[in-house]
Design a protein around this ligand. Structure first.
Ligand code: NCD
Length: 306
């Protein structure tokens, strides 16, 4: 039995197969409409979510399966003091696969160790968000044709943003990737990540101003400032509008640069940018459903012919 805790749980070749499957699903939805008939997905969300939970649910329903679960810790037995380990043992009796989001780093991993069904980490604290990364990689691969030789700017809260941490880990396995980290001093990417990049000789730069590096980017990955992980509101208020991508700044970008964002957006991308053909963040949401469909099939061991 396999779980998904980190994007590195799959080899590059396995990811290629997963993305091929996701693209086949994209082009032949009806072929997959009953492949999970009779199967159940449990979504156990101890932290707020719109996209990820509904994307998982939509994915399972589109495969013919059904969905059970809870969307906040307050309505689960966690509020009575039940441990994640006990909860997953119980869920294992009810469902065939589980997607879990938790504010504590490592909680889905603890669950996986006690589970008799595949567990998918749907975001654990400031740590990892592997299915967002699968979404990001599929989006890049589908819109650009491959996953190599590009410069990606990651902008915003690089300290607490788990999507950023997961994406960096995943991208370093592809050739010719260069990172530019754009953040205020207080929200820089953690040292363990820059140490890893140095060790692997992966080129990266750290800058504060977005404008100065904009013309060099092939992708710009914007993120929101993660209010819920701040220790005080004052710091959040000071930093929340540090970056606002608008039409004016987009004039500095290449004609084929793509803007990605895991969403939700707060103020960091002005709505006037949404009509720009380079804005790919809503397409990204759609790719998130295809890749989760492919992931559910893969972890359940359901074989289909592409
Ligand atoms: C992200 C998350 O939960 O980490 N959202 C998502 O799942 N797409 C990003 C965020 O909350 O900023």
């Amino acid at each position: 039995m396999r779980h998904l805790m980190s994007p590195l749980d799959f080899t590059v070749e396995e990811l290629d197969n997963l993305f091929d499957l996701a693209n086949d699903i994209e082009n032949n939805m009806s072929k997959y409409a009953h492949v999970c008939d009779g199967k159940k997905l449990a979504t156990c969300f101890y932290e707020p979510s719109t996209r990820t939970r509904l994307s998982f649910e939509s994915a399972m329903l589109s495969l013919g399966g059904s969905v059970i679960g809870f969307s906040d810790a307050g309505s689960s037995s966690a509020s009575k003091g039940e441990s994640v380990s006990d909860t997953i043992r119980v869920i294992s009796c009810f469902a065939d696969i589980c997607a879990m989001r938790h504010p504590k780093e490592g909680a889905p991993m603890v669950a996986a160790s006690k589970s008799s069904i595949p567990v998918i980490n749907a975001g654990d604290g400031g740590h990892q968000h592997p299915t967002q990364t699968l979404t990001d990689l599929l989006t890049i691969r589908s819109l650009k044709g491959n996953l190599r030789d590009f410069t990606i700017g990651l902008c915003g809260d690089l300290k607490f943003g788990r999507t950023v941490h997961s994406l960096i880990h995943a991208l370093i396995r592809y050739p010719g990737i260069r990172f530019i980290f754009i953040s205020p001093e207080e929200l820089k990417v953690p040292d363990y990540i820059t140490d890893m990049l140095k060790e692997k000789h992966i080129p990266y730069e750290e800058v504060i101003r977005l404008e100065e590096i904009m013309p060099r980017l092939d992708f710009l990955y914007m993120t929101r400032v993660q209010r819920e992980r701040f220790f005080n509101e004052e710091d959040y208020v000071r930093l929340k509008d540090f970056y606002i991508l608008n039409k004016e700044k987009m004039k500095l970008a290449k004609q084929d640069m793509l803007i990605l964002h895991p969403l939700p957006r707060v103020n960091e991308i002005s709505v006037e940018v949404d009509d720009d053909p380079r804005a790919a963040y809503f397409k990204q949401v759609q790719y998130g459903v295809y890749v989760r469909m492919a992931l559910i099939l893969t972890l359940l061991g359901i074989k289909t012919k592409i």
